[in-house]
Design a protein around this ligand. Structure first.
Ligand code: NAP
Length: 548
């Protein structure tokens, strides 16, 4: 192991890489990796092109950006001290608060010396003769390491739609995750293309001061209420008194969340009255409702339809214009609940009761034709804007890994290797890419991300400890293990209602990607079972990898 960052040779004159490990991404993944790899005695440098730590929360600065997971389990749990010290101000923290929390962890744990900001990595290459990786920065510097790790995030690479005329608009036009610093939208006419989770958070906030907000919606969403509320001293105490149990709940939940499920009852066994009562009693905000009402909402199409209908009835009740309410709501025939990731609502439905907020249904009513110099043209109207926001989503799971060449042992890039099938071993390793790890790569579960990230970092650090203690130079992910995981992931996916997301462009299927199309990107077998699989792998000495 290299004793210090930047050491090129040890006392015996043996050549060493610059760092034991290099990771990209100073969000939750980078922070967790620094913690666990430093604990294992490794030198690590984390690069990030952003000017601050925070990952998602450094980039997504659009008005209203906040977590949709509840604060007290949307955090890293490796330090009991920090869990006790940090106090959240509300149920769902805004992006600035989450970023402040991450800065706090970095400072408290003295991680900043391991982080190099404002540095874009433009290439990562496996050096076969040495068994190392070399990363190159945007300014042409290069660094070597034994272990190369992507912590670049699974929803970080923007998907820019191929709309005609996109470059012709004269005003600011940008992706939601690239909100210009200090942009003043008060009194302005703002067009928002897209109606996913980002748009749902952004629109009510924009509506407060913008002159006009027009949302171009292609597919409506099942929108669950957030029901934001401030943290009280009593609630904070209850959380802090029970953190061990909260952490255990996340570890053992199918979506890595601190929910009380399974609940041991099915919709189809309940009478209509009982079903209605349980649906109503649990209508308390967050994704909880899906998991803490009944166990079969994502498994049975009949149960899913009943749940979806309940949600849309609640949505419609909050919109004054019944025709508009219909347009804002999907039906089971459109797609089942959870085939797209449901947004959480902080006043989105009510925003459409304002005079300055309008919906343009570009699927059923007036298809979008082009972006013009002055705004957006549909088949029926010309809409003039001062600002256009592309809330059009992300190249999820693989986008960041395909955005620059990551070149493996045989000279192929990850992008070339993956083509239209993005295979992996548990979302962390890929055959032909020795000594490389991904945190929440393709075919990992979609779950509460800090929980999954931490589980991945634990597995990665255990693997590296084995490598170092047993004196191995390289590990080679086995092709047959990748095939087996890919097949298992595909088989599970085919049995779920989520698989229908490919019909409605769900990013969960990669179906929103014009260049790649639908793929099995997510392990839907349950995050808890995935974490079990990782623990079993580590306990068995990582049989998916060949150590040399
Ligand atoms: P998204 O869910 O993929 O939504 C993108 C929207 O843009 C969809 O309405 C899509 O329509 C539309 N769109 C895409 N291309 C289009 C085109 N060419 N013309 C017209 N409309 C187009 O993206 P997102 O809202 O950014 O959310 C992505 C994910 O990020 C979320 O699901 C969530 O996991 C994460 N996120 C999290 C938070 C949070 O936790 N606080 C907040 C925001 C986002 P179609 O549906 O018809 O494709």
């Amino acid at each position: 192991m290299a004793p210090e960052a930047g050491t090129a040779a040890d006392a015996a004159g043996t050549s060493r890489p610059d760092f034991d490990a290099i990771a990209i991404g100073a969000g939750f993944a980078g922070i967790a990796l620094i913690h666990y790899l430093r604990e294992a005695g490794l030198s690590i440098r984390v690069f990030d092109r952003a000017s601050d730590v925070g990952g998602t929360w450094a980039w997504n600065r659009y008005p209203g950006a906040a977590t949709d997971s509840e604060s007290y389990y949307y955090c890293l749990t490796f330090s009991k001290e920090i869990l006790q010290e940090w106090t959240w101000t509300q149920r769902y923290p805004g992006r600035a608060e989450t970023q402040a929390y991450m800065r706090y962890v970095v400072d408290k744990c003295d991680m900043m010396p391991h982080i190099q900001l404002n540095t874009e990595i433009t290439e990562a290459r496996y050096l076969a003769d040495k068994g190392w990786w070399q990363v190159t920065t945007g300014t042409g510097e290069s660094f070597t390491c034994k272990y190369f790790i992507s912590g670049m995030g699974m929803i970080s690479q923007p998907e820019i739609p191929a709309l005609k005329g996109l470059d012709s608009f004269k005003g600011p036009i940008f992706h939601s995750s690239r909100w210009p610093e200090g942009l003043d939208y008060a009194g302005k006419r703002v067009g928002v293309i897209g109606a996913g989770a980002t748009s749902v958070q952004m629109v009510p906030e924009l509506a407060k001061t913008a002159a006009d907000v027009i949302v171009f919606q292609r597919t409506p969403n099942y929108i669950l209420p957030a029901m934001q509320r401030p943290m009280t001293p009593e609630w904070d105490k209850e959380i802090k008194d029970n953190y061990d149990a909260i952490v255990a709940k996340c570890r053992n939940h199918v979506f890595g969340m601190a929910f009380d499920s399974p609940v041991g009852r099915n919709v189809l066994d309940a009478s209509p009255e009982e079903r209605q009562r349980i649906f109503e009693e649990n209508w308390n905000g967050s994704f909880r409702w899906v998991f803490e009402t009944f166990d079969d909402l994502l498994a049975s199409s009949e149960a899913n339809k009943l749940a979806g209908d309940f949600i849309t009835s609640k949505m419609k009740a909050r919109v004054n214009d019944p025709e508009l309410a219909e347009l804002l709501c999907p039906t089971y025939d459109d797609y089942p609940l959870f085939a797209k990731r449901p947004p959480l609502d902080h006043g989105y439905m009510e925003a459409f009761n304002r005079d300055n907020v309008h919906l343009v249904d570009i699927k059923k009513r007036e298809p979008l034709v082009e972006v013009t110099e002055t705004g957006v043209r549909t088949t029926q109207n010309d809409y003039e804007f001062d600002i256009i926001v592309l809330a059009t989503g992300f190249k999820a799971y693989t986008g960041a890994l395909e955005a620059f060449p990551i070149i493996g042992a045989s000279g192929q890039t990850l992008n070339e290797k993956w083509g239209t099938v993005s295979g992996s071993i548990m979302g962390v390793c890929v055959a032909d890419f020795p000594n490389m790890f991904m945190v929440t790569g393709p075919q990992a579960p979609f779950a509460n991300l800090p929980t999954s990230i931490q589980q991945n970092a634990i597995w990665i650090s255990a693997c590296i400890r084995k490598m170092e203690h047993e004196g191995y130079a390289t590990f080679w992910p086995r092709a047959e293990a990748e095939e087996a995981w890919t097949k298992q992931t595909a088989d599970i996916h085919a049995q779920t209602l989520m698989a229908q997301g490919d019909k409605v462009n769900s990013w969960m299927m990669g179906a929103n990607r014009a260049d790649k199309g639908a793929r099995v990107l997510i392990y839907f077998g349950g995050a808890n079972f995935y974490y079990d699989a990782m623990d079993q792998s580590a306990a068995a000495g990582f049989p998916e990898l060949e150590f040399r």
